[in-house]
Design a protein around this ligand. Sequence first.
Ligand SMILES: *[C@@H]1O[C@H](CO)[C@@H](O)[C@H](O)[C@H]1NC(C)=O
Ligand SMILES: *[C@@H]1O[C@H](CO)[C@@H](O)[C@H](O)[C@H]1NC(C)=O
Ligand SMILES: *[C@@H]1O[C@H](CO)[C@@H](O)[C@H](O)[C@H]1NC(C)=O
Length: 282
Amino acid sequence: MYLSTLSFFLLHLIIAPLNIKGVNLDNVPFEKNYAPLWGKENIRILDQSQEVQITLNQNSGSGFQSLRKFGSGWFKLRTKLPQKDSSAVISTFYLKADAGDEIDFEFLGGNNKERPHILHTNIFTNGKGGREQRIRLWFDPAADFHNYTLLWNEKQLVFFVDDTPIRVFKNTTNKGGMYPTQAMKIIASIWNDTWASNGVPVNWNDAPFEAHYRGFGIDACQAQGTNTQECRSPKYWWNGEKFWGLNPRKIQAYKNIRSKYLIYDYCAKQPQIPECQNLPIY
Ligand SMILES: *[C@@H]1O[C@H](CO)[C@@H](O)[C@H](O)[C@H]1NC(C)=O
Ligand SMILES: *[C@@H]1O[C@H](CO)[C@@H](O)[C@H](O)[C@H]1NC(C)=O
Ligand SMILES: *[C@@H]1O[C@H](CO)[C@@H](O)[C@H](O)[C@H]1NC(C)=O
């Protein structure tokens, strides 16, 4: 009895800090929340587990994933992309469910000249994607770390680059739209494919390609099994009304960035589909 009360209390102490706003999540060691996924020989844990370097060379790419699955949250990683000519090199940060829901940040490498880096985003529901958007970045993403964040709650899914929202996907379930609902792991990886460079091959002279990640604290709701219902609770700060839409200042920032840097948006071709309606620019 004493023991179980105590362990219940301790369990809360361990879990609670994940859910309190303002807790410093930047110093959480990698191993607490993540583990290698593939290409283990190409993964280096640095700076007392505050930083991870994943490498692509001619033998292999590599990747890591979260130990747990989540059903809502404020998912943030700090990333610095490979330097030099990384054409056809893809670095990622995404959420993925076994049953086919997926929310992707994919960084398509470039050479900083005629092929700038491109941030490609996509959303899959039950294995169906086709929701691509692409933007150029307004800074060199290989020069320094930047924050890439996904807000996922019952109302909307927002992709942020540093503090700027670059993509909004609304929950249009009540109008017949699709929306990610499945418990997902957080994954980051580096690999190569010439779809990312319009057929230009990898410049292996510039290998190895190294992507760096920091910020391994996770501000998200851990899913119990495959059910994410409990993760819609208002007790989580990212589910609060303040996060149901963008405020006027964020809408302005969103419009400004998109007017200058958007390259491709599937919604531009089919603004009538539910998920493309009532967005800040459609
Ligand atoms: C990223 O977020 C951290 C806080 O987690 C902040 O200290 C840093 O300045 C941010 N970086 C950028 C480029 O906005
Ligand atoms: C999407 O919104 C509907 C209400 O319109 C709600 O019932 C449902 O739980 C939401 N889906 C998710 C995954 O939050
Ligand atoms: C990645 O590069 C390796 C080495 O050149 C090559 O064998 C492989 O086919 C490439 N992968 C893809 C998906 O193109």
